[in-house]
Design a protein around this ligand. Structure first.
Ligand SMILES: Cc1ncc(C[n+]2csc(CCOP(=O)(O)OP(=O)(O)O)c2C)c(N)n1
Ligand SMILES: [Mg+2]
Length: 420
């Protein structure tokens, strides 16, 4: 496998280059080799079986677009099964994180995306592994669909060495193949997303960037600055507003002068999709990918979704909305229940088979929890603190600290003044 080396590494000695390549390869392997439930579950369905999908006529709304994703399309039955399995794994993984947090095995911040699974799965099903994705701190589901394993995500949450960020990032800072985080500063990922799209355009690689942000983040100035540059340069970026109806303790209608997020970029066309329907999310994301990667510039894509839990673990999520509202969404609009109904209606799986998938997903995630818990925490050594600051081989001699005692000498792997 070829490893992309930044220009500054090419100037390093062969030994340094080898060190960097070995490290980059080991990281990539660890991430993509994760066994997935989808691969371990044997299905009885013939993969060549096709199914006709007719989406609800209200699935999409457009802004300054002459075309819209098709409501009718054909796909393989196997695709629906895969989507179902991915969504139940994400939900189980988030439920496991909830329990681990309550057991104080996960500390610090933790933002769950229970209810929003259709966005991650619909998006990933529509793009290629070469397209790039960047999102906010609510990132566990996206990390998983991009290629991180359940074990490495849970290990990260518990600060283990095997975590996706070696246990140093936690809930908000997860990365994966062509996945640029996990970003804690609200809205900061949007201009970074425009930058990723600039790279696609520069390399002329027919790929697109999907930059996700929330309804709360959508009011930030940097989002509008990104719209402007993306349109000026016709960057292949899809600005994805994941409108889950709430920010931190505030409803979208209290924080946004206009809640029509797909129309917010004025001079950029927009599309709104029912984000509780994974098949509609798939169609909209596919349309967006085709739009952006065919030289037509940016698009704003609003996934209208809902989060069942609080903003983070410290928010019960019921002080600014009613329990009835949450219950209504859960019982009437759940993306997993919705796909289950479609699969039964289309004869793809029956109730018993679906129950068996659910049982397997639960057992699989439980097993991954045990493995992650058994993984070792990082050593309590100072070297570990500094090891991921630079790509190996590209370090500056000394990383200046807050005070001179904190300056780290990369060559001797110790503090410059050796006080500690
Ligand atoms: C620049 C900045 N301001 C404020 C915060 C605190 N904060 C964290 S999440 C959040 C709400 C964001 O809501 P939204 O964009 O809708 O995303 P969601 O949490 O619903 O996914 C706020 C205000 C922050 N992290 N960064
Ligand atoms: Mg929100």
């Amino acid at each position: 496998m070829d490893v992309y080396l930044p220009a500054y590494l090419k100037r390093q000695s062969p030994a340094r280059k080898l060190q960097a390549i070995t490290m980059l390869r080991s990281l990539t392997r660890a991430r993509v080799a994760a066994p997935r439930l989808a691969r371990t579950m044997a299905t009885t369905t013939d993969s060549s079986d096709l199914v006709q999908i007719e989406l609800n006529p209200e699935s999409f709304e457009t802004y300054k677009l002459d075309e819209s994703p098709s409501l009718n399309f054909e796909t393989e039955k196997e695709t629906l099964l895969e989507m179902y399995k991915e969504m139940i794994i994400i939900r189980r993984m988030e439920m496991a994180a909830d329990a681990l947090y309550k057991a104080k095995k996960i500390r610090g911040f933790c933002h769950l995306s229970i209810g929003q699974e259709a966005v991650a799965v619909g998006l990933e099903s529509a793009i290629t592994k070469k397209d790039t994705v960047i999102t906010s701190y609510r990132c566990h589901g996206i990390s998983y669909v991009r290629g991180d394993s359940v074990r490495s995500i849970l290990a990260e949450l518990m600060g283990r060495r095997t975590g996706v960020s070696r246990g140093k990032g936690g809930s908000m800072h997860m990365y994966g193949p062509n996945f640029y985080g996990g970003n804690g500063i609200v809205g900061a990922q949007v201009p970074l997303g425009a930058g990723l799209a600039f790279a696609h355009k520069y390399r002329n690689d027919n790929c697109a960037t999907f930059a996700l942000y929330g309804d709360g983040a959508s009011n930030q100035g940097q989002v509008f600055e990104s719209y402007n540059m993306a349109k000026l340069w016709d960057l292949p970026v899809v600005f994805c507003c994941e409108n889950n109806k709430y920010g931190m303790g505030t409803s979208a209608s209290r924080s946004s002068a206009s809640t029509e997020y797909f129309k917010r970029a004025q001079y950029i066309p927009g599309l709104k999709v029912n984000g509780m329907d994974v098949l509609a999310c798939y169609q909209a994301s596919k349309f967006a990918k085709d739009w952006a990667s065919s030289g037509r510039g940016p698009l704003v894509l609003e996934y209208e979704t809902y989060r069942y839990g609080g903003h983070s673990m410290s928010d019960p999520g019921t002080t600014y909305r009613t329990r009835e509202e949450v219950q209504h969404m859960r019982s009437r609009n759940d993306p997993i229940a919705g796909l289950k109904a479609t699969m039964i209606e289309k004869g793809i799986a029956n109730e018993d088979e679906i129950k068996a998938y659910d049982k397997k997903a639960r057992a699989y995630v439980d097993e991954q929890v045990k493995l992650a818990e058994a993984d070792a925490p990082p050593d309590a050594s100072f070297q570990i603190l500094f090891e991921d600051v630079y790509v190996p081989g590209s370090e500056i001699p000394v990383l200046r600290g807050r005070i001179s005692d904190d300056s780290w000498d990369f060559k001797n792997q110790t503090f410059l003044n050796k006080r500690y």
